[in-house]
Write a protein that binds this ligand. Structure first.
Ligand code: SF4
Length: 159
């Protein structure tokens, strides 16, 4: 049993954010195969859900790709999420680059992941879900990464 489960007991959800690549393609670096094996181990140890991500600081902007302008640039860890979801039965959450509501809906309805998670879009539009409900089709976040700065996380483009 993982230590976190021991600490919180059996009736509290334990979620893990799992890297599926470290951003480098050379011997000794993290592979998708490694990540899928890790996901299976986590499930066997009682984890309730797995969020699929990727990248480390040394790999640059892999975690936070810049200038996402079209739908085919969104959801850049979707392939990894599909591989993890095929290997485990706990819910899989996809994070990374989603901006369009239709892309998020497709992720869930196509069985790529059970849920989606967003980061930068909520920095600029904390009320994004309400905006989606009111008909806005896409987050306005331009993926410029100016929100990550030493003075704290804030969007200079926020209205
Ligand atoms: S600074 Fe604002 S627009 Fe740029 S990535 Fe961050 S939240 Fe998005």
């Amino acid at each position: 049993m993982i230590r976190g489960r021991q600490l919180v007991g059996s009736d509290y959800p334990v979620l893990v954010k799992l890297n599926t690549t470290d951003g480098f393609d050379r011997p000794g670096c993290l592979t998708l195969e490694d990540a899928v094996a890790t996901a299976k181990m986590l499930e066997n140890h009682g984890v309730d859900a797995i969020e699929v991500s990727g990248g480390i600081a040394e790999a640059g902007n892999l975690m936070f790709l810049k200038n996402i302008a079209s739908q085919d640039q969104e959801a850049y860890f979707a392939g990894a999420a599909r591989a993890v979801k095929a290997a485990v039965s706990v819910p899989v959450i996809l994070v990374g680059g989603m901006r369009s509501l239709s892309v998020m809906e497709d992720i869930v309805t196509s069985d790529t992941a059970d849920m989606v998670a967003l980061c930068r879009p909520f920095i600029q539009e904390p009320d994004l879900i309400t905006r989606f409900r009111n008909g806005q089709p896409r987050a306005v976040c331009r993926s410029c990464n100016s929100c990550f700065n030493a003075r704290g996380i804030q969007c200079p483009h926020k209205e």
